[in-house]
Design a protein around this ligand. Structure first.
Ligand code: NDP
Length: 495
């Protein structure tokens, strides 16, 4: 635009758009009635004899029955993993291990649509997220770690890395396939074998990953997948022949696992909860910040450990940001996860919906001011409207506890020092976001944040080469990058 061109008059707020339904077809997913446990390269009946239904949280229909692994099943799986470790995997040259990882990555890409649809059906997340984030990133993790498998000796200068043995890995329901990839890819690249326990509510993509592992012709037992509930996870973590435990989930269960592992020789990494601050300074580009705030808390219905669930706004721009945020919330489309236009899908389970409802009620009772845009929620299934709270004080439960839902608590600050103080005033320390146009301020803030990941003028960016993990009660150990390989190897100085 030249100086002579007239400046366009300010546009009125965009009128509401009517979107025609654009559902992704489910036909690409062929579900069986029942799925056994994936042990020793095969799907087998559980010795426990127990099965449980897994549902679509957007409409509560049963998708399939899956096996519930008991202690005996855990033992069979760990034995299969040990045997594969000793006979087939530990001593396999790195370039050979890499070939298998590349195969898994390519198969995930080939079956990307199927995995995306299934992830949305079983977990409730919008198809555009499973299609554009979960599945491509899961494939990227296998590609990235395939690249490390034959270069481990260069990853740790002057050290000789050797694998640990059998990894017992327990993952949550918010990113089922992606968390499986985060756990399995580095473990296998480093020469370990694995027993993976997906979350009770989202077992299906992990089981389909079992099929991919068959397709990739991994030696039987290198990867074993045990479906079940918390008791299955506890018995895996407690199995005496597991060398390494990797857990992602709640801080509460993380603490239990730490106690269970204490006094053993097991290696442990914990990736736990968060209560991240997304901090907007007065000089920030406000429209971009609004998008970042929305992405930070409403991505995946807020079921994200690093969600920007506390918004800290510098006082001079509070009103402007709040007005724009409210307008933006009104444009979020909540509904059918398989609709390509959906922004906010279903809550993952009834239990999670109840937890969100309870914390939101506590916010109202404690005196914060709630805002929800008008939105029609489907009658069946588990749903929660995008929610904001203003008038939040640091002592409110909604400012302290992980809600793990589409709920944003907004606080204000005056100075950068106050922003740091408030951002760090949490038992967690997983992530943070900073919005400002000053590079020096970004660095000043990032230095002072007790958070494993600090995003600047963006939020929720993930890359397999970038280490991810927490401070304080958000856990310890890193996943991704060279740092994420380290928890899967024993390092000895090269003599
Ligand atoms: P959990 O921490 O209970 O679940 C994570 C995984 O651990 C699941 O596979 C779970 O199995 C398993 N598990 C449960 N108990 C044990 C145990 N004693 N030993 C070993 N494994 C166990 O999370 P929830 O699903 O119960 O969610 C509760 C809250 O945790 C959420 O509201 C949210 O605030 C937080 N959360 C945080 C996550 C994060 O990434 N930071 C992820 C998920 C939840 P099962 O699913 O069968 O119970």
């Amino acid at each position: 635009m030249t100086d002579l061109e007239p400046v366009a008059p300010a546009q009125p707020v965009m009128p509401g758009w009517e979107y025609a339904p654009a559902p992704e077809s489910k036909d690409i997913v062929r579900l069986q009635d029942r799925y056994g446990l994936f042990i020793g390269g095969e799907f087998v009946e559980p010795k426990s004899g127990r099965w449980f239904p897994t549902i679509d949280p957007s409409n509560e229909t049963v998708l399939a029955e899956v096996a519930e692994a008991g202690e005996e099943d855990v033992d069979v799986a760990v034995t299969a993993a040990r045997s594969a470790y000793v006979t087939a995997w530990r001593d396999l040259p790195g370039p050979e291990r890499a070939k298998y990882l590349y195969r898994i990555a390519r198969a995930l890409q080939e079956r990307a649509r199927e995995f995306a649809v299934l992830e949305s059906m079983n977990g409730g997340k919008p198809i555009k997220e499973s299609r554009d984030v979960d599945v491509p990133l899961a494939a990227a993790h296998f590609f990235y770690h395939a690249g490390w498998a034959d270069k481990l000796e260069y990853a740790f200068p002057a050290m000789r890395p050797t694998p640990l043995g059998v990894a017992g890995q327990v993952i949550p329901w918010n990113f089922p396939l992606l968390m499986a990839a985060w756990k399995l890819a580095p473990a296998l690249a480093a020469g370990n074998t694995a027993v993976l326990k997906p979350a009770e509510t989202t077992p299906l993509t992990a089981l389909f990953l079992g099929e991919v592992i068959q397709q990739a012709e991994l030696p039987p037992g290198v990867v074993n997948i045990l479906t079940g509930a918390g008791a299955t996870g506890a018995s895996l973590v407690g199995h005496p022949d597991v060398d390494k435990v990797a857990f992602t989930g709640s801080t509460e269960v993380g603490k239990q696992i730490r106690r269970a592992v204490a006094g053993t020789n097991k290696h442990l990494t914990l990736e736990l909860g968060g209560k991240a601050a997304n901090i907007v300074f007065e000089d920030a580009p406000i429209d971009q910040a609004v998008e970042g705030v929305v992405n930070g808390i409403f991505f995946n219905q807020g079921h994200v450990c690093c969600a920007g669930s506390r918004l800290l706004v510098q006082e001079p721009v509070f009103e402007e940001l709040l007005d724009k945020l409210k307008v933006r919330l009104g444009t979020l489309r909540v509904g059918d996860p398989l609709d390509k236009n959906t922004d906010v899908g279903a809550i993952n389970s009834r239990a999670q919906l109840e937890k969100i409802g309870e914390l939101v009620a506590s916010g109202v009772e404690e005196g914060a001011v709630i805002y929800q845009p008008p939105c029609d929620l489907p009658e069946r299934g588990f749903w929660f409207a995008p929610t904001l709270f203003t008038g939040v004080s640091q002592s409110h439960r909604i400012a302290r506890e992980e809600i793990f839902g589409p709920v944003l608590s907004i606080l204000t600050f005056r100075t950068p020092e106050e922003a740091v103080e408030k951002a760090n005033n949490t038992p967690y320390g997983l992530s943070a976001g900073i919005w400002t146009e000053k590079g020096s301020r970004i660095l000043w803030m990032a230095e002072r944040m007790r958070a494993g990941v600090v995003w600047a003028n963006t939020f929720n960016r993930f890359d397999p080469a970038s280490p991810f993990g927490g401070y304080k009660e958000s856990g310890f150990g890193r996943e991704g990058g060279r740092h994420g390989l380290e928890p899967y190897v024993r390092l000895e100085p090269v003599s």
